[in-house]
Ligand binder design. Structure first.
Ligand code: BES
Ligand code: MN
Ligand code: ZN
Length: 496
């Protein structure tokens, strides 16, 4: 199993062993540590820049192996571009550092930009990007049937002018990075390993970082009447669970912010079964719940000054002799009745009960739900933006801002009466599918019927949480999308 880097901060100096990483902007001026290494190697960096036609563009890199006159294995030069750098750029640069290390066992990174010190926050953001990029889910790869040897982690020393300050910032950012990696692990795990019970145990494990955790099983869910959620689970031999994770880091009197996650550990579609092609991806249909769990880890581990609750509905959607049928009518916890048109529109049934429960039980400041809810959001937005739907302009603006800062971006789509009408049912209060048109919107309209007048945002992460492309900070598939976005929303707007 590949190990994550061992990251530490030390006072800025010129590295003399292993791999040295330096940054240059588009001026290609070599000063500070880069200048010193260039001089000591009789201009090797300068010559390599010219030979490779390296332009210093943001996150582009150049490798110089075995530079003359130095004991270094290699020097890596990474471009800073020519714009002012923002948080997301530093995170990306950190990813680029990790991605350029190759087989290096020992690497030192000079955290300066053309000879001037990088701010402590930026140093920590580079560490975050490096850790996110290093993550690889290779748990199930063997060497000829034997567990792979655990490889030594790269020892990554970040050389900063204000190393102590940077290390302090990293204590916070590492909590957020770890939350993101937890979300990735949960999404990557196959459904035979991570069922509702096993996922609930992962939620329970947040007690180690100070969360208060409660797990509701079949009997409790029946007793409180979560029949919409239970209807989804009834085709599975695995018992549904609802996990509630609380972090009360704010004032006693303060209402909590609540995050709600769809945790369908596998979505076959049920009786309205999905086609075989690509169905394996539906192990990621708990991406919303994974994000909520990762976020709660981050908030707990960094001791956020906020009262926050994460609640996730863990079920498996299977076809079975006992499975729910199209035409069935279920009574949700809210009392509203739902005609099942398509058993594959199951996520909204799970969320309906969780949203109602959260509204009544927690009297929240706001509720944000995350769900891999519709294929239609992929058609609309691809994997660039998550779709958001809301009854609160203010909350949407805050979320959009957090999206820009973290580059976990969102795009708002409309709600409205005409869309709401599409889910009226002849036989019940509503139906669980509004048909092909505006599929992501009608799904959101369905959820809206369960939120009352609480400020609420629904984030459809079907395009962003799973089956994600490779980037500078991710090797792909499970992205951990949403953890950094929501942590930032909380930090900028809801912490004391
Ligand atoms: N889990 C799926 C949505 C999904 C699709 C997530 C692709 C990730 C990638 C969801 O439960 C679903 O099946 N939605 C249906 C709704 C339809 C039956 C109204 C869909 O999108 O087709
Ligand atoms: Mn489905
Ligand atoms: Zn689903």
């Amino acid at each position: 199993m590949a190990k994550l880097p061992e990251i530490s901060f030390k006072t800025l100096a010129t590295p003399d062993t292993g791999t040295a990483v330096v940054f240059v902007d588009k001026s290609l001026e070599l000063s500070g540590v880069a200048g010193a290494l260039n001089d000591a190697s009789s201009g090797a960096i300068d010559r390599a820049i010219k030979a490779a036609d390296f332009k210093g563009d943001l996150a582009k890199s150049l490798s110089i192996l075995a530079p003359a006159n130095l004991d270094l294995d290699r020097i890596i030069v990474i471009g800073l571009g020519d714009d002012d750098l923002a948080e997301k750029d530093y995170v990306r640069l950190g990813g680029c550092v990790m991605g350029s290390l190759g087989n290096a066992k020992l690497a030192s990174v000079a955290l300066e930009a053309n000879g001037s010190d990088m701010p402590a926050d930026a140093c920590s953001q580079i560490a975050m990007g490096a850790k996110l990029r290093a993550y690889d889910f290779d748990l199930y790869k063997t060497e000829k049937g034997e567990p792979k040897e655990v490889k030594d982690a790269v020892v990554l020393t970040l050389l900063a002018a204000h190393a102590d300050e940077a290390a302090t910032a990293w204590e916070i950012d590492e909590a957020i990075a770890d939350g993101t990696l937890l979300a990735r692990d949960l999404v990557n795990e196959p459904a035979n390993v991570l069922g509702p019970e096993e996922f609930a145990a992962k939620a329970r494990a947040l007690e180690a970082v100070g969360a208060e955790v409660e797990i509701l099983g079949q009997a409790e869910l029946e007793a409180i009447g979560m029949r919409a959620l239970l209807g989804v689970a009834q085709g599975s031999v695995r018992e549904p669970k609802v996990a509630i994770m609380k972090w009360m880091g704010g004032a006693d009197s303060e209402a909590p912010v609540v995050f709600v996650g769809k945790g369908v550990v596998f979505d076959t579609g049920g009786i309205s079964i999905k086609p075989a092609g690509g169905m394996q991806d539906m192990k990621g249909d708990m991406g919303g719940a994974a994000c909520v769990t990762g976020l709660m880890h981050a908030l707990c581990a960094r001791k956020a000054k906020v009262n926050a609750i994460g609640i996730i509905g863990l079920v498996e959607n299977m076809p079975d002799g006992n499975a729910q049928r199209p035409g069935d009518i279920v009574t949700s916890m809210s009392g509203q009745t739902i005609e099942i048109i398509n058993t594959d529109a199951e996520g909204r049934l799970v969320l309906a009960d969780l949203l109602h429960y959260s509204k009544e039980e927690f009297k929240p400041r706001f509720m944000i739900d995350l769900a891999t809810l519709t294929g239609a959001v992929l058609v609309a937005l691809g994997n660039q933006h998550a779709g958001i739907f809301s009854n609160s302009d203010a909350l949407c603006d805050q979320l959009s801002e957090a999206g820009e800062v973290t580059s976990e971006t969102v795009w708002r789509l409309p709600l409205g009466k005409a869309y709401d009408k599409l889910i009226d049912s002849k036989f019940a209060d509503m139906k669980n599918s509004g048909g092909r048109m505006a599929g992501s919107i009608t799904a959101a309209q369905f959820l809206k019927r369960f939120v009352g007048d609480v400020d609420w945002v629904h984030i459809d992460v079907a395009g962003t949480a799973m089956d994600s492309p490779k980037t500078d900070i991710s090797k792909g598939w499970a992205s951990g999308y949403g953890v950094r976005l929501l942590d930032r929303l909380v930090k900028d707007n809801y912490e004391a």
